[in-house]
Write a protein that binds this ligand. Structure first.
Ligand SMILES: [Zn+2]
Length: 168
C-alpha cells in the first residue's frame, strides 16, 4: 500500500510504499528521503484490513473519495458551454452535443475516482489497499472528539499553587 505520511501537526513528510505483509519497522519516503517509523501493532483486523493508523497509532480513520485533477477543467468547460448557449452564439444542437460530451467526461471522472483512507489525527493518507466497510466518511463529531483528546493530552499549563507566605 501507499501512504502519504504526515506528522502529528499534519505537516506532510513524504510518501512511502510499504508491503503490508512484510510489515517493515521503518520505511524511507520516496520523494523526500525521510525515514519513517511504522507501528504495525494491532493495525490490521481479522479480515486483513487496516483499522489503525500505522504512523500515529490512532484508531479513528475515515474514507474519502478523491477525484482526478481534471474535475475543475470539466466545471469550467460546462460553465463556458452554458454561457455560449445563453448568449446564443451557437445552435441548440451544438450545445446539446457539447453538454453530452461534458456529461460523458463527468461519468469517466466518477469512474476513475478512488476511495482513500485518512487518519483523523495526523491526516496520513492510505491508498492501494482494501478499505473495511466499518470506516465511515469524515464527520464533525469524531473530528472534534479526536481534536479534544489531542488538546487534553498536550494539556493546559499546570496551575501554580499560590505560596501561603504571599498572603502574610
Ligand atoms: Zn495517524
Amino acid at each position: 500500500m501507499r501512504v502519504v505520511v504526515r506528522q502529528e501537526n499534519r505537516r506532510r513528510l513524504g510518501e512511502i510504499e510499504v508491503d503490508a505483509d512484510k510489515k517493515p519497522a521503518r520505511a524511507t519516503t520516496v520523494d523526500s528521503n525521510q525515514e519513517v517509523f511504522l507501528d504495525w501493532e494491532r493495525s490490521f483486523d481479522d479480515g486483513g484490513q487496516l483499522r489503525r493508523c500505522i504512523i500515529c497509532g490512532s484508531e479513528d480513520l475515515f474514507k474519502h473519495k478523491t477525484f482526478p485533477q481534471i474535475t475543475p477543467i470539466v466545471i469550467v468547460l460546462a460553465f463556458a458551454l452554458s454561457l455560449i448557449g445563453v448568449l446564443g452564439y451557437v445552435t441548440d444542437i451544438a450545445i446539446l452535443i457539447g453538454m453530452t460530451g461534458v456529461l460523458l467526461l463527468d461519468i469517466a471522472i466518477l469512474f476513475f475516482a478512488r476511495t482513500r483512507l485518512y487518519c483523523y489525527r495526523c491526516r496520513s493518507q492510505y491508498r492501494d489497499l482494501d478499505i473495511a466497510e466499518y470506516h465511515k466518511r469524515w464527520d464533525r463529531a469524531t473530528d472534534s472528539r479526536v481534536r479534544g483528546r489531542k488538546s487534553r493530552r498536550n494539556g493546559p499549563p499546570p496551575r501554580r499553587h499560590q505560596n501561603r507566605d504571599s498572603f502574610a
